[in-house]
Design a protein around this ligand. Sequence first.
Ligand SMILES: C[S@@+](CC[C@H](N)C(=O)[O-])C[C@H]1O[C@@H](n2cnc3c(N)ncnc32)[C@H](O)[C@@H]1O
Length: 240
Amino acid sequence: LALARADAAGPPAGVLAGQARFLLAALGEAPAPDRAPAAYVRDLFDQFAPRFEAELTGRLDYRSPALLAALLERAGVAKARRLAVLDVGCGTGLSGAALAPFARRLEGLDLSPRMLAEARRRGLYDALHEADLLDWLPRQAPRFDLVAAADVLNYLGDLAPALAAIAGALAPGGLAAFSLEAGEDAPFALHGALRYRHDPAHVAALAAAAGLSEVAREAAALRTEGGAPVAGALLLLRRD
Ligand SMILES: C[S@@+](CC[C@H](N)C(=O)[O-])C[C@H]1O[C@@H](n2cnc3c(N)ncnc32)[C@H](O)[C@@H]1O
């Protein structure tokens, strides 16, 4: 009741109510919302930005960008700098570095300005956009040959809108490549680390409904957390 009153009051109380509801859901005390609140994700990564790369590539043995690049190569996509590539949730650009060998033009999109500032320093991207992927992608013409998202879709629960938006931004025959944290609960489950797990088979079915056919689906350890591997899945899809 208190959260509903805060919602009705509008910002900033409504924003905080959304975050409180998200936290309660991660603790199993409320139904999981369709997505992590954008303000929560932005603040989290704005704070994390200065130490993100050192932590991820060091202690956390983060591998999603390299795994996605290897998946593309195994599917016959050459590192020939020929594709118009969008790096969704580009963060500081670790994923952009792995995607650059495929890209004639590389664009990045993220909702955290401080992550984007780090990405800009890298000098890899032809364009960087500060926006929520669910707002920005639906406004794009179908102009990308490859849309990639490394460790990003685990901040969304319901992936149907994101998959439809990715499909809409791809040129016919274009590819989508992304990682998921894998779980068996369909359609999704929010876990204690405040991220979502998805059932890869269910996501592949959602993607097919959005006009994205499965090219490859693989299990993979995305990184280490609390000393244990994070079980994930890599999906490669083609726009029909
Ligand atoms: C774990 S980081 C991964 C960054 C990068 N892809 C990499 O592999 O290093 C997740 C990034 O996704 C961004 N992100 C999460 N949800 C987003 C959304 N709805 N729209 C845009 N960016 C989002 C975060 O701000 C963060 O920079």
